[in-house]
Design a protein around this ligand. Sequence first.
Ligand SMILES: *[C@@H]1O[C@H](CO)[C@@H](O)[C@H](O)[C@H]1NC(C)=O
Ligand SMILES: *[C@@H]1O[C@H](CO)[C@@H](O)[C@H](O)[C@H]1NC(C)=O
Ligand SMILES: *[C@@H]1O[C@H](CO)[C@@H](O)[C@H](O)[C@H]1NC(C)=O
Ligand SMILES: *[C@@H]1O[C@H](CO)[C@@H](O)[C@H](O)[C@H]1NC(C)=O
Ligand SMILES: *[C@@H]1O[C@H](CO)[C@@H](O)[C@H](O)[C@H]1NC(C)=O
Ligand SMILES: *[C@@H]1O[C@H](CO)[C@@H](O)[C@H](O)[C@H]1NC(C)=O
Ligand SMILES: *[C@@H]1O[C@H](CO)[C@@H](O)[C@H](O)[C@H]1NC(C)=O
Length: 330
Amino acid sequence: MNSPPPLLLLGLSLLLFLSLPTPSLAAERCNPNDKKVLLKIKKSFGNPYLLASWVSSSDCCDWYQVECDRTTNRIISLTIFAGNLSGQIPAAVGDLPYLQTLVFRKLSNLTGTIPSAIAKLTHLTLVELSWTNLTGPVPAFFAQLKNLTFLDLSFNDLSGSIPPELGQLTNLDAIHLDRNKLTGKIPEWIFTGDVPDIYLSHNQLTGPIPKSFGYYNYTTLDFSRNMLSGDLSFLFGSNKTVQIVDFSRNKLEFKLSNVVFPASLTSLDLNHNKIFGSLPEELTTLNFQYLNVSYNRLCGKIPTGGKLQSFAATSYFHNKCLCGAPLPAC
Ligand SMILES: *[C@@H]1O[C@H](CO)[C@@H](O)[C@H](O)[C@H]1NC(C)=O
Ligand SMILES: *[C@@H]1O[C@H](CO)[C@@H](O)[C@H](O)[C@H]1NC(C)=O
Ligand SMILES: *[C@@H]1O[C@H](CO)[C@@H](O)[C@H](O)[C@H]1NC(C)=O
Ligand SMILES: *[C@@H]1O[C@H](CO)[C@@H](O)[C@H](O)[C@H]1NC(C)=O
Ligand SMILES: *[C@@H]1O[C@H](CO)[C@@H](O)[C@H](O)[C@H]1NC(C)=O
Ligand SMILES: *[C@@H]1O[C@H](CO)[C@@H](O)[C@H](O)[C@H]1NC(C)=O
Ligand SMILES: *[C@@H]1O[C@H](CO)[C@@H](O)[C@H](O)[C@H]1NC(C)=O
């Protein structure tokens, strides 16, 4: 049997390959600058398996973890989530000028600080850098990203205080700075305007809650597990719209008796503070799903009615002299 020599076959197929149009190149949508930047990012992480689809021979609009705009074909989203990625967020991220979404999430080997190059990305609307080992401060430069609607820096090792500049971000729907190592006071006039959901829990924040929080409407305020002190009653009032309030495990010290809770309130957790006085009668008119005032210095009879007797005794226990169902009779 005479088979063609292998070298000839190779030559023939090479010829065939070269004479064909190369469809991947012809149809490439990817912007060459974006591609160059992404490959630089990949390299800076040591070409990890997680970014294996990022190869120069293919269209970057087809790569995993990124998304191109349908008309401009520029990279608008970089979402790196749950994988084995080691190193720091490279400054090259700032060279994807049309980025709207930037996510680094659940990457325990992501370290270093949040690079200032991100400040160049003025189109950003969503930033989520969470569940990583990022350190350093919460950068004030986020205030320059006026179109941000969602900023999540939770579950990291960020330290220092909350930069007052973040108060300039008035388009935020939610801010998550919880589960870090933030210290200092909460700045006055921050997250006002219209920032409905604020999560600052599990930090080491001190001082009083700024009075400015009393002038606005919020949906969720989770400031639990800090060292906040003083009064909270100005957050409430009959014409407020707040729904979920968690200030548990702080050092709040104020009289609860005269606080007027809004009808919107569905969840109130104030456990482990130094709150005194008695439970206001009108708590019985609220449609609570959750209430916990345990470990305070409250006194007097738990008002009867509404949802108040539907909670376990642990919602009320460890107070100075609270009594009546579900606690023992007065
Ligand atoms: C983090 O890095 C260490 C050391 O290289 C490695 O052993 C570990 O598997 C990595 N973990 C993750 C989740 O990437
Ligand atoms: C993560 O990557 C490092 C280095 O590439 C490797 O040593 C380690 O085994 C990997 N860990 C996991 C959980 O895959
Ligand atoms: C940060 O890294 C340490 C080890 O260096 C690890 O134990 C921890 O789980 C990491 N944190 C997160 C949030 O992954
Ligand atoms: C910010 O958002 C507005 C309204 O959606 C839009 O018109 C504007 O172009 C955006 N600015 C940037 C820098 O993306
Ligand atoms: C809060 O909401 C209530 C009820 O919708 C409204 O009457 C009040 O003006 C709002 N306050 C602010 C500061 O927006
Ligand atoms: C309702 O809210 C407005 C604006 O925040 C305030 O001026 C007014 O006194 C409040 N009214 C009542 C009944 O609390
Ligand atoms: C209320 O909070 C205390 C303290 O954290 C806890 O022990 C108790 O189980 C909570 N009660 C309910 C009903 O969640």
